[in-house]
Design a binder for this molecule. Structure first.
Ligand code: CP
Length: 319
């Protein structure tokens, strides 16, 4: 694996899931792999889980870790080519990525969608500019359109918690007053679509009309607009808010009936609730659900360490 930007960089998804589970069982088995190797974690946006779990995973593999918050710890970075840099960004990504690439063997980047210009966000400019100029492997720590380390942790969590060979997994939209990116939902849909194609899960999604994800992320996944119909017999309910793709970045509804409560879990087959976190309690999902034994949210976040470790191990083996 040279980069980990999307599912397309994964040659064997099942093997990667099992590698994450093996790391969880024996965290320090590969400590020799990262000796004298350095990872730089570059954040354009806030993070709790991604920042700490990726640091921990790298340390488990014996790597040195450097973390930088762009614009706070560093200069603001210009991404556009050929522009007159007379604004608030003091450094161009051409130099910044090239320099960071000289200090680091692997670079992780977090850069969210700005939700102003769909074409620009979906071009994934920051990820691709770093990959082009850093000349070392790039790990996506959540980009404008994808969050693959989260999706891998979600696959590990479902693999561990399933009680039948082909569980039913439902992605459901949740209400929120702020426009949020589509990255987690896109990525979960992409990865679960692959798991469904491999016969590992049955996967459907449900959301209000107007919240259809980009066609390349929906693929063959059935969209069921009636949420109660979608939840029937489910083994996993994966909740997430996202803003509209078609009316880009807009909040079209805040309908509170889309929040998940215990009455929704009652429609499932003792289904588990999943969310990538952070989550706003009682806005998107009730206290009762989050505090019930059916909630997997903390285990899911814990598995971020093992998803990062599986990915970094593959990258270290390729150096
Ligand atoms: N789920 C997730 O990526 O959490 P953070 O934004 O806190 O990193």
């Amino acid at each position: 694996m040279t980069n980990f930007i999307s599912l397309a960089d994964v040659s064997d998804l099942d093997a990667l899931i099992q590698s994450g589970r093996a790391a969880k069982a024996n965290p320090f088995a590969d400590q020799h792999l990262g000796k004298n190797k350095t990872i730089g974690l570059i954040f354009f946006n806030s993070s709790l889980r991604t920042r700490l779990s990726t640091q921990k995973a790298a340390q488990n593999l014996g790597m040195n870790v450097m973390v930088m918050n762009v614009g706070q710890d560093s200069w603001g970075l210009e991404m556009e080519e050929g522009v007159l840099m007379n604004g608030d960004k003091a450094e161009h990504v051409r130099e910044a990525a090239a320099v960071i690439g000289r200090y680091c063997d692997v670079i992780g980047i977090r850069a969210f969608a700005e939700l102003q210009d769909r074409e620009k966000d979906y071009r994934e400019q920051v990820m691709h500019q770093f990959a082009k100029y850093a000349k070392v492997p790039i790990v996506n720590l959540e980009s404008a359109t994808r969050h693959p380390l989260q999706s891998l942790a979600d696959c590990i969590t479902i693999d561990e918690a399933k009680t039948k060979p082909r569980p039913k997994v439902v992605l459901t939209w949740l209400p929120h007053f702020k426009p949020l990116p589509q990255a987690v939902a896109n990525s979960f849909s992409e990865w679960m679509g692959a798991r469904a194609q491999a016969g590992e899960v049955d996967f459907v999604m449900t959301h209000p009309k107007g919240y259809e994800l980009a066609p390349e992320f929906v693929g063959n996944t059935p969209v069921i607009y009636d949420r109660e119909e979608a939840f029937a017999g489910a083994d996993f309910i994966y909740g997430k808010n996202w803003s509209s793709y078609s009316q880009y970045g807009q909040v079209l509804t805040q309908d509170p009936s889309w929040a998940v409560g215990m009455e929704d879990l009652a429609l499932t087959d003792s289904g588990k609730f999943m969310h990538c976190l952070p989550v706003r309690r009682n806005l998107k999902v009730s206290d009762a659900v989050l505090d019930s034994p059916q909630s997997l949210v903390v285990e899911q976040a814990a598995n971020r360490e093992w998803s990062a470790q599986a990915v970094l191990k593959e990258i270290l083996l390729s150096l």
